[in-house]
Unconditional design. Sequence first.
Length: 277
Amino acid sequence: MKIKRLTLGLFTIALYLSAPFSELRANEDTIVAKVNGLKIYKSMLVSAQRLLPQQYQKIPLEQIYPALVDTVIDMKLSAADARRRNLHKTGDFKVLMARIEDQMLQRTALQNEIDKALTDEALKKRYNDLIKKSETSSELRARHILVKTENDAKAIIKELNEGADFEATAKNKSTGPSGPNGGDLGFFGKGQMVPEFEKAAFALDEGEITSSPVKTQFGWHIIKVEGYRKTEPPTFASVKQKLETEISQEVSAAYVSDLRKLAKIERYDLDGKSLPK
């Protein structure tokens, strides 16, 4: 995939790249370009990519590298021209930079709190707590025959009790989409079916058929349970990202909440009148 110049409509990128080069580059960093003698370093591109929209962050640096270099070059040229015209001294620019600084400081403070909390030990503890709270649950595999009336359903139950094959009967008489497959619904757990169907199905033993029709919003069902299986708890790898997100959100919320408790906050309406606390 060829990526052209990126439109970095992010003030955070602009703020990052406006800092002096000597403060940003690491010792013996690779120079990737020069703009009128000013050096652009690889470490700047790496850091800048982290501030891009999510879809660009996932792209390997080698792939996005040419577009990112061109974008930075264009930005430095435009910034130099703006400084030449003293645009950086205008009131609007200073207000904008103050807002950007606040945004970046907030992001840095939150990330600092998250980094301290997001340890391997914390993730493992969160995972173990999740496993302990997770009840051992089962899934069942069922077939069903769906018909329009209760009388039709009762007649089919009578046929089944007299020896008719459930799968063949479902293929011939079920009006549901699973009919051609012998009424096979595959395995499902609790919460995946409408309540009436779920209650009736999980009350059956393996191989058992409902003794009376089950009514739902879809019609009348005859249900047969083919078997049960235990569900395995999720692996750490499968839920790690979810756990990281949970911890990050909790830490961020707690951090801001603590700051609010220590602050004196006064609110006003759009007309400047004081609002009650």
